[in-house]
Design a protein around this ligand. Structure first.
Ligand code: ZN
Length: 300
């Protein structure tokens, strides 16, 4: 494989292009409702303003109040995240499992040496965590871009290897993200259910500047995910859907507000059935979107 440094630098550019392409390609999949609705709304607003300015006698049957309302909604929603940068880090990568030497090489996570990355968890039926994290990230990216945000993904597809956890943090830092989320699904105990959000711990000389804004982000995402998905908070780790960790390089090396979310437990049959459902993944993306909007529009 190519050297890590240049590859990482190229990755960010490719990711941005891939995100733009995805905007065109994704409405064909089951998650295209929001995009379709936005398109329909802008079309009707154009026709309504045209018909109003040319002639009142030829106005369509739709009452003016009905036509005007979605236009206002669209304008507000489109600009909600204008000027904001969000970095989405889909955990792991689809090629990690077949490249153990590259993935197992140690990197400096500040508090300890960790593997560059891992293959991630999987359901009993073989649905893989990296496929989940990439799909949710794509759905979330589209929602964020529709709301005017600049979105940077840490990997452009689900067939590659890496990047290392250190590079994933660096991508968020270079992007000067207003918020960064590392999206995962856990490989917890079979009998344990639910999601949890992981905040950075105090690591002296490293995480002080991001502790407060990361906690605010964590609380916003926890509330939105709980309300929007029906997934319970974790029964086996953390407290009330929150955990604090000092061992994650992705948090220790971040200079921008950042959290991890474990969206559910792939080892639990009930959670696994949800996580494998495209409808659930769309709900998860919409919930995370609402949490990000709440956090990024709530002031300093
Ligand atoms: Zn993971």
């Amino acid at each position: 494989m190519a050297a890590r440094g240049p590859e990482g630098a190229r990755l960010e550019m490719r990711v941005w292009v891939a995100g733009a392409v995805a905007l065109v390609a994704l409405p064909a999949c089951s998650g295209g409702h929001a995009k379709g609705a936005a398109t329909a709304t802008s079309t009707s607003s154009t026709s309504s303003s045209t018909s109003t300015s040319t002639s009142t006698s030829t106005a369509p049957a739709v009452p003016p109040t009905t036509r005007a309302r979605p236009t206002t909604t669209t304008v507000h929603r489109a600009g909600a995240l204008a000027g904001k940068t969000v970095v989405l880090d889909p955990g792991h990568n689809g090629g990690n499992g077949s490249h153990p030497a590259e993935i197992n090489r140690p990197v400096d996570a500040v508090t300890e040496q960790k593997p560059c990355d891992t293959a991630g968890a999987a359901t009993a039926s073989g649905y893989a965590e990296p496929a989940f994290t990439f799909d949710v990230s794509q759905r979330l990216a589209r929602l964020l871009q529709d709301a005017g945000a600049r979105v940077v993904l840490t990997r452009p597809n689900d067939s590659g290897v890496g990047p290392c956890i250190t590079e994933r943090a660096a991508i968020g830092n270079r992007a000067r993200a207003d918020a960064a989320i590392s999206i995962h699904a856990d490989g917890g105990p079979v009998g344990g259910r639910g999601f949890h959000v992981i905040e950075p711990a105090l690591v002296a000389g490293h995480t002080e500047p991001i502790l407060a804004p990361s906690q605010r982000l964590a609380l916003a995402l926890r509330a939105a995910y709980l309300a929007g998905t029906g997934m319970p908070t974790s029964t086996y780790i953390g407290h009330d859907g929150l955990d604090v960790r000092s061992d994650l390089g992705g948090l220790n090396l971040s200079t921008v507000p950042k959290v991890f979310i474990e969206c559910g437990n792939l080892n639990n049959p009930t959670d696994a059935a949800l996580l494998m459902s495209p409808d659930f993944r769309q709900r998860a993306a919409e919930a995370l979107f609402k949490g990000l909007v709440a956090d990024l529009t709530s002031g300093p």
